[in-house]
Design a binder for this molecule. Structure first.
Ligand SMILES: Cc1cc2nc3c(=O)[nH]c(=O)nc-3n(C[C@H](O)[C@H](O)[C@H](O)COP(=O)(O)O)c2cc1C
Length: 223
């Protein structure tokens, strides 16, 4: 089983998002999964030009010469695809959105309807499961409303949304135990998904617990 993560944080390896991904993949690896973690910021990914040459002229292949073929290959080889991004302006980053747009060669010019939702048909069977991962700077679940709606289109088998995300990179010793415990639950989630094909409600509930009170977080930020 192969878990592949695509991190859309411009901060790449140093991002809070990457701390979540790393813990999750470590858990999956400890259950025997192969893992790979792609920092999208390290790759050259042109914007989709909307020319649809990848459907009508060179089916399955984009006209742009950049790093997308390598990323697409990794995406296609994955059993579990982790799409990860911090919240930027209530949404996923442009980096992750651009990557997702560039997966359009995997669609085909055939409109299909499922339960009232219209989409393009996949050009090949899509056996991958999806995991959505995000963190945001503010307290409050409402910051994830838009990103949740966007991710719902790929019907994720697991969603990890971490508010008060600034804590994840903090070197403050008063904060670290709570962060370390949170990351242990994330790791457990990775283990469970790789070992059992699903993550227990108890683990999901633990991952959703607050890291600190809103008042303490505001104090922590010094705002
Ligand atoms: C341009 C920009 C827009 C942001 N918009 C939001 C937002 O709408 N809601 C929020 O809670 N945090 C927002 N943030 C804060 C980030 O989500 C937060 O700093 C996060 O921890 C960054 O994660 P990363 O280290 O993985 O990149 C924004 C940050 C930037 C730079």
């Amino acid at each position: 089983m192969k878990f592949v993560a695509f991190n859309g944080s411009p901060a790449g390896k140093n991002s809070a998002t990457n701390r979540i991904i790393t813990a999750f993949l470590a858990g999956a690896a400890s259950a025997g999964a192969q893992t790979a973690n792609y920092q999208l910021t390290e790759y050259q990914i042109g914007q989709c030009q909307g020319c649809f040459a990848c459907w009508f002229k060179t089916p399955g292949r984009c006209v742009q010469a950049d790093d997308m073929p390598q990323l697409m290959q990794a995406y296609l080889e994955a059993d579990v695809v982790c799409l990860a991004s911090p919240v930027y302006s209530w949404n996923m980053t442009a980096l992750l959105k651009n990557f997702v747009d560039r997966l359009v060669p995997l669609k085909s010019p055939l409109i299909q309807e499922q339960s009232g939702n219209f989409d393009m048909a996949d050009s090949r069977p899509r056996p991958q499961q999806y995991v959505a991962i995000s963190n945001c700077g503010f307290p409050g679940e409402n910051n994830f409303s838009i990103i949740k709606a966007a991710f719902s289109c790929c019907n994720p088998c697991l969603e990890i949304y971490r508010n008060c995300g600034k804590l994840l990179k903090s070197a403050n010793p008063a904060v670290q135990p709570a962060v370390a415990e949170y990351l242990r639950w994330v790791e457990k989630a990775g283990y469970e998904l790789a070992a059992d094909g699903q993550v227990t409600a108890a683990t999901q509930q633990k991952m959703a617990e607050p890291l600190m009170s809103v008042a303490d977080y505001v104090k922590f930020l010094g705002m």
